[in-house]
Structures are given as structure tokens and as C-alpha cells.
Design a protein around this ligand. Sequence first.
Ligand SMILES: Nc1ncnc2c1ncn2[C@@H]1O[C@H](COP(=O)(O)OP(=O)(O)OP(=O)(O)O)[C@@H](O)[C@H]1O
Ligand SMILES: [Mg+2]
Length: 222
Amino acid sequence: MVPRLVLRDVWFRYPGSEWVLRGVSAEFVGGRAYVIEGINGAGKTTLLLVMAGLLEPQRGEVLLDDEPVAGDRPSVRRRFGILFQSPDYMLFNPTVYEEIAYGPRQLVRGNDKIRQAVRSALRAVGLPEKYLVRATHALSYGEKKLVALASIISYGPDVLLLDEPCSNLSPAFVERVCSIVEDVVGRGGLAVITTQPSAGCCGKPSLALTGGALRPLPPRDL
Ligand SMILES: Nc1ncnc2c1ncn2[C@@H]1O[C@H](COP(=O)(O)OP(=O)(O)OP(=O)(O)O)[C@@H](O)[C@H]1O
Ligand SMILES: [Mg+2]
């Protein structure tokens, strides 16, 4: 099924803070990557966490194929692949193998299938097999991002929410991130990607998060 993620008049603020999201309405459909730009503090990370159901809006709703994302339903959760802005928040297993195997272990039966899923995800992000025994904490920043991405695609989500996946990466690593996005989108999945203004990431931004709302950007050259 082609995913359809809908936000309806979503309002969110952290306890004691100003509104960060002020009535965001949007529809994201499978087969496309949506790039959202916003300055520091615009609410990009907050928006993605709300879209993933990890933060609950005070008003409005977020629906994936007409089902609310709020709550902890495994059928909804397993469809999301969320890449946090800092890879250090993503990696919590001692080795690269364990990290990438974590998702498949929850969803796939049989050690062979799990090993296969791990190897194929590692290959997809362009890291050699010798990385499987590496300690996650000793990876470079860019390697951590790729391993975090591998740990997502290893369980086959069809909705990617990627928080500044291109920031601080060399062009070669950006290319690998974007080829993963292309692959998921090419299979009918959906990707929402945040970026700093005018930076672009796997395509030009088509939406801007400003003043707590999403606004379409006119097509333009970067
Ligand atoms: N846990 C929190 N408690 C209170 N305020 C928060 C919290 N997290 C974020 N904020 C505030 O919400 C606003 C939006 O933050 P957010 O991290 O979503 O922005 P961003 O666009 O991702 O910024 P950046 O480009 O720096 O990553 C900021 O003003 C931030 O200070
Ligand atoms: Mg952020």
C-alpha cells in the first residue's frame, strides 16, 4: 500500500514554552521525497517527532493511512524509519552488527534471515563488511550516520523521516544517503527530509517551516 501521511491542523508546544507548531496541515504521499527547510529553532526536529507519533500534539492529528500515529501500535511503528539529527542518539548497541540487527530481530524470524538483512543494509549504505564488528561508539560522525540509516532500512520501513541527514557529511556520504532515499521512494515509499535553508538534501526543498507553519516554496535554483 502506498503510504499517505496526513497532518491536520497540528499544534505543538513543549511544557512551558511558546507554540513551536502553529496549525501545520500537510499531506505526504508515497513515491516522493519531500524536503523541508527551516532555520535553527524553526521546529524541524519537533515536526518530525510529531509526525512519527513520538510527540503528541496538543491540538490536531497525524494519520498514517487514516490511522492515528499517536500511541504505540507496532503495526504503525514498524512502518516508520526515523533518523535523528545526532547519530549519537541513535546508536545504543555495542557493535555495528548488533545495531543493525536490532530492528530485524523484532520483526524477522530465523538467524539466517536476520544476518541477511544486516548484510544487505550495510551494503546499501556502502560500508564494507568488516564494519560489522566495529564498536559503534568509535565510528566517525559520518559513519555513525550511515550505520544509523542502515539500522533503519534493515527492517524495511516505508516512511522515512530523516532529520538533516545530509548535514556535516562529505559529498560521497550524502550520495549514499540519497541513494537509500531514492531506493525507498522508488519502491513506493515516502521520505520527509529536513535541511538548513538553501542547503538542499536529496533534492531541492519544496516546503519551508517558518513561523510554526509549513509553506510551499516556489521552484527555484539553489
Ligand atoms: N525538550 C524541549 N523543551 C523545551 N523546548 C524545546 C525542546 N526541544 C526543542 N525546544 C524548542 O523548540 C523550538 C524548536 O526546536 P527544534 O529542535 O524542533 O528546531 P529545529 O528546527 O530542529 O532546529 P535545529 O536546526 O537547530 O536543529 C526551539 O525554540 C527549541 O528551543
Ligand atoms: Mg533540529
